[in-house]
Ligand binder design. Structure first.
Ligand code: ASP
Length: 569
């Protein structure tokens, strides 16, 4: 007889004989009757056993029985209107007492969850996450296929690709003393692919970055990587990407995204939200208030230091006590702000600026910030840049604190016009990576005022999280070499590290550009999970360990000898 899915049976099946197989999710013994929740990949159904089988959680059984309407339906289960009157039961496999619960979340440690991942993954929540991930990947492939993209695999044993992290190295046995690097991204291969005539490339690809312990990073993670030929401006790529993003949200979780997405220049994102990945699900925009202070009073407050003064409205924040606000100010000033003052609108207007600043100025600050009775306005004074980021951090922290972030809203925005370079140690570094094209009108500034050069670079920011990052690339060798020089990569080094790539630009490289999405993060957000570990089947701990397999593990002497390696004592 055909096996039915536990979760698929409905009232209409009443009277049918069925064969079911699955795991014992829950067991309740009530006198002579045993109720079992049986679980398989399709869901859960209640079994009624009248001959007292001894069953433990997670035993694997096969039963034959009849579908019966349930006397007391359970509305929380899709199969809640029926149960299975069991005629025969066969135990296919016994389970020992469980090191972690499957039917309930419990509070097992991360280590235990990952060591017994096969149990952890049986939880319906994690099964849903894996399926959501599959649906997202499928939606990506279907959409891109229709748009003429070709999925091409690029090597995992390769050379270093600079994305700003450390490489994982793999020693070569055949070329002793030489090492492969695992790709931090397929950046150079995808650029070479478009010059090879694959005009539209994509890949759902594993990438590797050996970074120090940072919350919610994985040493190996998955990107949706894509690249397109004949693009010279980000705007030529956005409609396609927006279509992709909307399609995936729709197919994976049934959410409609409003298109086109807004564009926000980097400088404006910093000024208005104090972040290059602003969460736009809520307002609390930062405003400039320096002009509201008469010069003398700024001098008085800051004891001769005039910098930038910006204000952050905090809706409902007037309820914060003086001591809470004093703590905020102390913390902010510890992070390099000269001053964090507050203005409160409750029963009139009061402020920590006290007598230094007149009531008119306080009122003007509150009005500029759009604050109303019951609100708070924080005023930060200090060096440009420091003020914005400090207020950006406060904006997020206070919005979370005060419950001002709507949970059911999605805010997607393109952040554009990033600077091409940032200050590095003794030289300039790329803000994105060295293959990003400068904006054509900024080319004359390259050597003269490089920090002012804007890049043809873009991030897709979703609810304050950087979901994707990409750029229009450099497709001319001279310009690429010029950028390398500015980055302190001399001719010889450029030839040694990137010669293969520079040569590919010599033989007719089309203008091109692309992007990479963090697939783990994307699925995490759509699943409403707090960590990417909840949407990766076999993730590693924050120390890069896999408790299931005990990787990384020592290797034996013989293996090392073959590789020509010796460990330092
Ligand atoms: N390779 C870049 C990254 O991994 C993405 C891109 O520029 O397409 O961040």
């Amino acid at each position: 007889m055909r096996r039915d899915g536990c979760g698929e049976l409905r009232r209409e099946a009443a009277g049918r004989k069925v064969v079911l197989a699955g795991w014992v999710h829950r067991v309740r013994n009530l006198g002579g009757v045993t109720f079992v929740d049986l679980r398989d990949a399709s869901g859960i159904v209640q079994l009624v056993l009248r001959n007292g089988a001894h069953l433990a959680h997670e035993d694997v059984v096969r039963v034959t029985g009849t579908v019966c309407p349930r006397e007391a339906p359970n509305p929380s289960l899709p199969t809640g209107e029926i149960e299975i009157e069991v005629a025969e039961i066969e135990v296919l496999s016994r389970a020992k007492p469980l090191p972690l619960p499957v039917a309930d979340e419990g509070s097992p440690s991360e280590e235990t969850r990952l060591r017994y991942r096969y149990l952890d993954l049986r939880k319906p929540r994690l099964q849903r996450n894996l399926r959501l991930r599959h649906r997202a990947a499928l939606a990506i492939r279907n959409y891109l296929d229709k748009q003429g993209f070709v999925e091409v695999e690029t090597p995992l044993l390769t050379r270093s690709t600079p994305e700003g992290a450390r490489d994982f190295l793999v020693p070569s046995r055949l070329a002793r003393g030489s090492f492969y690097a695992l790709p931090q991204s397929p950046q150079l291969f995808k650029q070479i692919l478009v010059t090879s005539g694959v005009e539209r490339y994509f890949q759902i690809v594993r990438c590797f970055r050996d970074e120090d312990l940072r919350a919610d990073r994985q040493p190996e993670f998955t990107q949706l990587d894509l690249e397109m030929a004949f693009l010279e401006d980000p705007e030529e790529l956005f409609p396609l990407l927006e279509g992709l993003v909307a399609h995936v949200f729709r197919e994976a979780i049934g959410i409609e995204i409003d298109l086109p997405l807004p564009r926000l220049p980097y400088a404006e994102a910093l000024a208005r939200y104090g972040s290059d990945k602003p969460d736009l699900r809520f307002g609390m925009e930062i405003v400039d208030v320096i002009d509201l202070f008469p010069k003398q009073s700024v001098l008085a407050v800051l004891q001769d230091k005039i910098g930038v003064a910006r204000a952050l409205p905090v809706p409902g924040g007037a309820a914060k006590s003086r001591s809470q606000l004093a703590k905020l100010a102390e913390a902010a000033e510890g992070q390099g702000l000269d001053l964090l003052a507050w203005v409160k609108l409750s029963e009139g207007i009061s402020s920590s600026l006290g007598k230094h600043v007149s009531a008119e100025i306080l009122t003007a600050i509150a009005a500029r910030a759009g604050a109303e009775q019951g609100d708070l306005v924080l005023v930060a004074v200090g060096e440009g840049g420091v003020v914005e980021t400090a207020l950006g951090d406060l904006r997020l922290r206070l919005a979370r604190d005060l419950g001002l972030i709507p949970r059911d809203r999605w805010s997607l925005v393109w952040v554009v016009d990033f600077p091409l370079f940032k200050e590095g140690e003794g030289h300039l570094d790329s803000e994105h990576h060295p293959f990003t094209s400068p904006r054509s009108e900024d080319l004359p500034l390259l050597e003269r005022d490089p920090l002012k050069v804007r890049a043809k670079c873009y991030d897709l920011v979703v609810n304050g999280v950087e979901l994707a990052s990409g750029s229009i690339r450099i497709h001319r060798r001279e310009l690429q070499e010029r950028i390398f020089r500015i980055l302190g990569i001399g001719g010889e080094e450029a030839e040694q590290r990137f010669g293969f790539f520079l040569r590919a630009l010599d033989y007719g490289a089309p203008p091109h550009g692309g992007i990479a999405f963090g697939l783990d993060r994307w699925v995490m957000m759509m699943a409403g999970e707090p960590s990417i570990r909840e949407v990766i089947a076999f993730p590693k701990t924050t120390t890069g360990a896999c408790p299931l397999t005990d990787a990384p593990a020592p290797v034996d002497e013989g293996q090392l000898r073959e590789l020509g390696l010796r460990l330092e004592p």
